[in-house]
Design a protein around this ligand. Structure first.
Ligand code: FES
Length: 106
């Protein structure tokens, strides 16, 4: 199972095995990772699963139009590597992915 390292706002790092097909958000929520709220449950409607993708920039599929639009609603600074992690589905190619959560989601 591919591993993802989540960096919480405190800097604490949590490494989790994420089932292929799960979203990066689902695994964070299931494991109690700090720094994510995911209020809409993954339907790309809340922008509280904002993360910064710190690795695999050329492997993570590009954001779709809805996600790009919702990224305009994030509370923390939007950066070039900002994503909504409910929209990143785990694949074997994402083994070792590192995502960082911002200081605030809402
Ligand atoms: S969980 Fe709501 S946009 Fe990702």
């Amino acid at each position: 199972m591919p591993k993802v390292t989540y960096i919480e706002p405190s800097g604490n790092q949590v490494e989790i095995d994420v089932p292929v097909g799960w979203s990066v958000m689902q695994s964070a929520m299931s494991n109690g990772v700090e720094g994510i709220e995911a209020e809409c449950g993954g339907s790309c409607a809340c922008a509280t699963c904002h993360c910064y993708v710190e690795s695999h920039a050329d492997v993570v599929p590009a954001a779709g139009e809805t996600e790009l639009s919702m990224l305009g609603n994030v509370v923390a600074e939007r950066k070039p590597n900002s994503r909504l992690c409910c929209q990143i589905k785990m694949t074997p190619e994402l083994e070792g992915l590192v995502v960082r959560f911002p200081d605030a989601q809402s």
